[in-house]
Structure formats: structure tokens, C-alpha cells
Design a protein around this ligand. Sequence first.
Ligand SMILES: [Zn+2]
Length: 441
Amino acid sequence: MTDGTSDETAVLITGTRPYGGDPVDVLLSDGRIAAIAAVLARPDGARVIDGAGTVLLPGLVDLHTHLREPGREDAETVASGSAAAALGGYTAVFAMPNTEPVADTAGVVEQVRRLGEEAGLVDVQPIGAVTVGRKGAKLAELSAMANSAARVRVFSDDGDCVSDPLLMRRALEYVKAFDGVIAQHAQEPRLTEGAQMHEGELSARLGLTGWPAVAEEAIIARDCLLADHVGSRVHVCHLSTAGSVDVVAAAKARGTRVTAEVTPHHLVLTDERAVGYDPVFKVNPPLRTDVDVQRLRAALADGTIDIVATDHAPHAVQDKECEWDQAKPGMLGLQTALSVVVDTMVRPGLLDWRGVARVMSENPAAIGGLADHGRPIAVGEPANLTLVDPDATWTVRGAELASLSVNTPFEGMELPGRVVATFLRGRPTVLDGTLAAVQAV
Ligand SMILES: [Zn+2]
């Protein structure tokens, strides 16, 4: 699709459809959208990309990514995760803090941010831990992380719940000063001790300890009440049950400042996948029932659930290819997320492309406080963009993904929608569906 010109200062995308609308030419220059018109002249030296048949979206933003660095560079690095993100159409990702050491100080969050800049493929925005070492006993230095060069605005102990209500209250109070948000992994620990899969008829039959829906719903309800009490913002990570949708809907109706995310895998996979005990389907929160899946899709369509977030969780082979109860929970997500959303939401008519832009770019950028992402496709805006071929299909092969890990639950599946190109501040990070040569800027 590219013509191979060497001047990379300007890019002209011809005949693309912003948000799936009418075809236009779009000129990117100096990191911004310089012009949009039915037909634009090609400036001297500009790279031309034939966008016929493609949909142009604001670059995707993932509020929930595990990049594993520092500490588990065998599973993923900031560089490899950034490559997976760019190939998945992302221009910004929020990195969860359950690294080794934990990202609970200004030093570690600044290190993660710097590694992201060096990789140069997506903007890597660190999330800070809520409690020291994610141990749930003592608040981390939230203000120091907020005031650091990483400008942290999202805090989470993801992987573990901030279960102590007093600590949760104090955290909500602290982040209010800089309009931060606490992203809660809603899991009542006592109700989920030893849990291996969704609690239901199937867990009883398979002999695996159940993770009851109420353990999620109870924490969401509590945290919405605490957020009301403090007047602060709470964000629900990977909401997974129909009952949780009810709790969030009720809180939003009374004005609670709550937002919620759903993962791609919870939009399509059910607890039936545990039959066969293949740990690639072990995830936390667990895969739920078809009733839950249908409700999550409807809630994403009607705005009760605000965003899709991947919970991209790479794991080394030895942590996944073992007995179910020994395996670590989590699945890859960055390179399959858009295709799963196309399959589960766009094709059935639950979301149009403007809706996809809203739940995968605009809303996550707004929740996380990123000013230059999730912006409208309009002249003068930052050129953080994604070009998608909605009619293409591709077959998922874990070994061919850019991640250092291969734990995709979609292995061998044919998925619709292919990311053709991704642009970070006007510079292609992905072209023709493959990683573009990138010079650090
Ligand atoms: Zn996570």
C-alpha cells in the first residue's frame, strides 16, 4: 500500500472513511492532521497510503495492559508489549503496576515511562499501585507518583482487590486532589479463597473451587458508595457479571462518578471453556455464563460499561502449560481486541464505528486523563490514528504475535477486521499490517 518514498515528514491517506463515513483524503504533517477533503493534492515527498476500503479511527487506548517489565522480561517487555499494542491499533497503553518491583514509587513509574519512550511505538502511561507492594496494608505514595515525570493519574492494585474499606476511602480522598481515579480489581477475597473458575453448576461438576459473582458485585457496590461519600472517581476493572452491570447502572443513575471496563474475552468466551482443563482459558475474573456475556455486550452498547480494556496478561510457557490449578490466570489481548469487538459488537449491529471509537479510544483516554489521545478526527488534532480493514479476516497464531508470550485463547480462530496501519503523532508505527521501522523521536 505504500509507495516507498523516503520522506516521512508527511503522510497522505487516500480514500479512507473516518468512523466508517464517506471516503476522504487525510493529510498528516508535523504530528497533526493537516487537512481533510474529498480529494487532496499530494505534497512533494509525502508518503501516500491507499486507504480505499478502510475505516479511520482515533488511535486505540488501552486502560489495562500488563507489560511485565521490570521483573518478568521472560513473559513480556515494554518494547515487545508496545509492538503488540501498535499492531493491535493502539497508540497509548496504561501499564499495570504488578511488576517486580511493584510500581509503587516515583522511581519505578518513571522507569516504565522511560522504557516506553525508548521503544517509541505507543505512549506508555504507567499506573501506580494503590498500596505499598500491592500488599493492601498501607497506602503507596500516590502524590509522589502523581507529581513525578510520569504524571500518574490512575492507581490500581490490579490482580488484588483493595479490600480494606478504610484504605479504599483514603485512596479515593488522595486522588481527588488531582482528579485521579482508583481502578479497582473487584474481588472480595474471603468469598474467593482458592477460586479456580466461575462458581456454578459447571464448577461443581468439574470439581474446581468456584468464584461467585457476588464477590465482584459486593465490592463494586461498596466502592460506588465510598466514591459517593468522598465525591471521587472509581473505575471498575474487567467487570464480568450481569449483576455487576445492574450495580453500575444503579450507581450511575444516582450520579456516582463510576466508570467500568469489559475485556474482549468476557464479551465472547464462557465458563464452558474450562471443560478440558486447558489453562489458556484460566483468567481472573473467570469466564462467566452466556447470560453474562449477552448482558455485557448490551451494557457496552448502551454505555453502562464505558470501555473495552484488554487486561493483556502475558505469561511464560511454564506458568501456563501446567495443571489448571497451578496455572497463572490471564490471556493475551492487545492484538486480538479490535477483531473481537468487530466480531461481537460491530457485526451484530450493537456498535457502529463511532461507538468503537468511543469505547476503545475516547472514553479510555478521558478516564485516564490523556489529553492527546482519543481526540476527534479533525484538522489540527494530534495524528494518533488507526487504519482498519473491516472486511479482512485473519487467523490467530500465538507464535506469530509480537508478544513474548503465546497464551492467546483465540489460537487458530479466524477473526474479522485487520489493523492496516497505526500512526503515533503522524509517524507510522505499523504499515501494511506489519511493524514499521521506527526511529526514536
Ligand atoms: Zn489485569
